[in-house]
Design a protein. Structure first.
Length: 256
């Protein structure tokens, strides 16, 4: 084997990012790879070196390095890790901090998020679900996501080879990314900060469409569950974390 990477996997919720931030100081690492777009790497490093958080975020927003449509949700889950970087740098002044996300995918993903929101709204107002429209959209996302995964694995394997031990923060289920890294002769250890995380209806739908196992009936079932998740939990909660926790608790009560 070549390089070694500890893959820290966490859902994109603020509470889970906080757990990642708490975990990182305990990991002995020469390099930290964050799943943020490569275009903000310079700003992330400046933050780690001591520049004020508010200034760095304002510069990222000013230069539109995070798509405007998802900037608020991105900061919502990224902030705990970003705010912890100065501490990590103080503990280990030699720590290298890198960002490995593909910018093209970040912008494409933002466009998909808008289209999903529009399809969701249309389904709510018409009370109809068109599975073919959802399938086309999510198959397109799955194709680009796979291309991005290959690109990010190439970059990470190449860069990690320069260090004895690296940590990579990854905001999705770790298995596909681990497989890509192992193919590139990277030794991977996985830490899941929330191994009992329940995929939301939309996350389940994306996964099943990507695997090619979602029938029209299943697409309709999951879209309806997604609409219920939005109406009953997201719109009636103060944050995405609160919505998720309320949804999980409701499922437990219903299945009791």
């Amino acid at each position: 084997m070549g390089s070694r990477i500890t893959l820290v996997s966490a859902p994109k919720l603020r509470s889970r990012s906080s757990r990642v931030a708490e975990l990182l100081p305990s990991l002995k690492q020469d390099a930290l790879f964050l799943d943020f777009t490569r275009e903000i790497e310079e700003y992330v490093r400046m933050l780690a070196e001591g520049l004020p958080y508010s200034y760095v975020i304002s510069e990222i927003r000013k230069h539109r390095l995070i798509p405007e449509a998802v900037a608020s949700s991105w900061e919502y889950h990224a902030e705990p890790v970003l705010r912890n970087l100065q501490k990590l740098k103080r503990l280990n002044p030699e720590l290298e901090i890198r960002c490995y996300g593909a910018s093209s995918y970040e912008h494409f993903s933002a466009q998909i998020a808008v289209k999903i929101a529009l399809l969701t709204l249309r389904s709510i107002t018409t009370r109809k679900v068109k599975p073919e429209a959802w399938r086309r959209l999510l198959e397109e996302e799955a194709k680009i996501s796979l291309e991005s995964l290959e690109d990010e694995a190439d970059l990470l394997a190449s860069q990690a080879s320069k260090y004895h031990k690296s940590t990579c923060v990854y905001g999705a289920p770790p298995e596909p990314f681990k497989e890509k890294l192992v193919e590139r002769r990277v030794e991977v250890k996985v830490i899941q900060v929330d191994p009992n995380y329940h995929l939301t209806p939309m996350e389940t739908l994306k996964r099943e469409v990507a695997l090619g196992i979602a029938t029209d009936e299943r697409v309709m079932q999951l879209v309806k569950a997604h609409i219920e998740y939005i109406k009953r939990f997201v719109l009636l909660s103060g944050s995405l974390d609160e919505a998720y926790e309320r949804w999980v608790n409701a499922r437990k009560r219903e299945n009791a």
